[in-house]
Design a protein around this ligand. Sequence first.
Ligand code: TXA
Ligand code: MG
Length: 330
Amino acid sequence: MPTTLATRVIGTDSAALAAAQRVLADGGLVAFPTETVYGLGADATDGRAVARLYAAKGRPAFNPLIAHVTDAGAARLLGRFDPAAERLAAAFWPGPLTLVLPKAPGCTVADLATAGLDTIALRVPAHPVARALLAAFGRPIMAPSANRSGHVSPTTAEHVLADLVGRIDLVIDAGPTELGLESTIIACTDAAPALLRPGGIAREAIERVLAVPLADGPPDADAAALAPAAPGMLDSHYAPRAALRLDPSVVNDGEALLAFGPGLPPGAERAVRVLNLSPTADLVEAAANLFSHLRALDRSGATTIAVTPIPHEGLGEAINDRLRRAAAPR
Ligand code: TXA
Ligand code: MG
């Protein structure tokens, strides 16, 4: 991979999308908005493009990626749907749901992109720009979050550039993403559908559609995909530079504070900087603010970010999952 590419930022008009489509067809890398976070796209059927993508992210090569497609029909060419998967696709696509399914016999996705697994992760994004790009390109686009491996996911084009300038060809700037939290990942590979990663659709909403409780997947999909090569290593996947301290009884000197809800913990006045995920305790607002607030507090120079508790319901499950990983020892 070249040491530096001239990364260009483009808009969302049809000329810009045509340029993005050409870069993808030439095996290049294009960061684009989805309703969850910005993704780093490559032609899913081109093994060399996928290899460049891993190199640009500095990602462990055996971590499988999500194939983004235009609709369930395109997804059915890549993965085998059982009745539960069909129900979930009908209820939540397009939207922030990823289904892990057994690969379909004619699956055209490069083996490297699924890390050689016999399963594939599929998602139909809802963002109009992602949809226009997929429709124009006409092939599945592999897209992990557009950050360097181990960093927090990008919710703006500026975040993408901060991590990947000089390493990718294009960034399509469509402003901040709406959800700010990655998709929920459900595996429909066994008898019981399992939650692999909490995300933009709450567990409760999925269980209502399935009318059964979700099984719990492996502790996290990254670790499962890597096991036994590097157990635990990816627990700190969503890490900012600063250490995180969850549920502080008091804020210490020199810490930054990531708050939630109307009240602040004792010692909050000592914090280097305070940001509130949602002063009104709205979990949707909190999810949208999570990664940008973590980045901003990281820039405050504090070595530790104290984080007040978030209720473990609805999107709170996914927010707590990202915070727990960011707080994991590394
Ligand atoms: O919202 C999202 O899902 C964003 C946007 C860009 O679509 N994408 C995203 O991709 O978060 P990424 O690569 O950062 O996370 C993909 C997750 C990883 O935890 C990976 O291990 C898991 O999906 N995954 C992919 N294929 C899998 C498979 N076959 N089995 C189990 N886990 C899988
Ligand atoms: Mg990611």
